[in-house]
Design a binder for this molecule. Structure first.
Ligand code: HPA
Length: 282
């Protein structure tokens, strides 16, 4: 067994020694959604620190936990606090929780994040349904020996974000009266925000929003055959588009301001996702 696979097995056994909860969907909570779990029926929580072998940094004491519970009748596992590449982790560690949530039983991965807006006409506080992504600026989480139990060596990435799930998000947004943009998310390594020249490059490449997470998680999820959907909260206009210098505080404030809408959208999507699956739709 290779070391990535060994670590994953160790983490899985550790999780299973503490909870038997079987989620249907996995949810990664981005900026602004940190307290999403306050509104769900929580069954169990598990601090990353308490999972044997889980990649938590001893230097910064990374805070984070899995929350197990129900959104409506849907069993979900939420990641409260994701692992970012810019913190210094190997990419295989960054996506370890995604793999772990699949092993727990989650078939669908719902990704959320805060991102800088590039698309013309975007405003801070907008939401963007992710239709596609560019992950080429960060190392692949699949680099190294392939873990055959998870997926194939050369997985197809022609449709990373599930079209059926995208339809559900669009319908949910209409129902809730939320204006929803659509576009391509581009992941950069960070942690520095981009220069105006880098944002010009991103735009030329076809990106509508830029961030420091998500795309690598989506790649790992598709490798395992999970259905993936993603929504960005446009917390700021990207550098060079925004007339003011970027600050993490501004990003956080906007994400917090639109959090109630974001939470309502996430809940509506999860409930409808389960309904359509029951009905054999999407
Ligand atoms: N750039 C990169 N990541 C981000 C941004 C941004 O402008 N806003 C929120 N996350």
């Amino acid at each position: 067994m290779n070391s990535v696979s060994e670590k994953l097995t160790k983490c899985y056994e550790s999780v299973r020694s503490r909870t038997g909860f079987t989620p249907k969907a996995a949810l990664i909570l981005g900026s602004g959604l940190g307290d999403y779990a306050d509104g769900i029926r929580v069954e169990d929580t598990l601090d990353y620190h308490d999972i044997g072998g889980f990649p938590v940094s001893t230097v910064q004491g990374h805070k984070g936990r899995f929350i197990f519970g129900y959104v409506g009748e849907v069993p979900v596992v939420c990641m409260q606090g994701r692992i970012h590449y810019y913190e210094g982790y190997e990419m295989s560690d960054v996506v370890l929780p995604v793999r772990l949530m699949k092993m727990m039983g989650a078939e669908t991965l719902f990704l959320t994040n805060a991102a800088g807006g590039i698309q013309l006409g975007m405003r801070a506080g907008d939401f963007m349904l992710i239709k596609g992504q560019i992950a080429s600026f960060v190392p692949s989480p699949l680099r190294g020996p392939n873990i055959d139990e998870l997926g194939v060596r050369f997985p197809d990435m022609s449709q990373i974000y599930d079209p059926g799930l995208q339809r559900i998000v669009k319908r949910a947004a209409v129902k809730l009266g939320i204006e929803l943009r659509e576009g391509v998310y581009l992941q950069l390594p960070g942690p520095q925000y981009e220069s105006p020249q880098e944002i010009a490059m991103c735009r030329t490449l076809g990106a509508d929003a830029v961030g420091m997470s998500t795309a690598c998680e989506a790649v790992a999820a598709r490798h395992m055959g999970m259905r993936v959907l993603g929504i960005s909260c446009i917390s700021n206009l990207a550098c060079g588009i925004s007339p003011v210098p970027l600050s993490h505080k501004e990003v956080q404030e906007v994400a917090d301001r639109v959090a109630p809408q974001f939470k309502a959208l996430v809940t509506e999507v999860i409930i409808n996702m389960a309904k359509e699956q029951e009905e054999g739709g999407c």
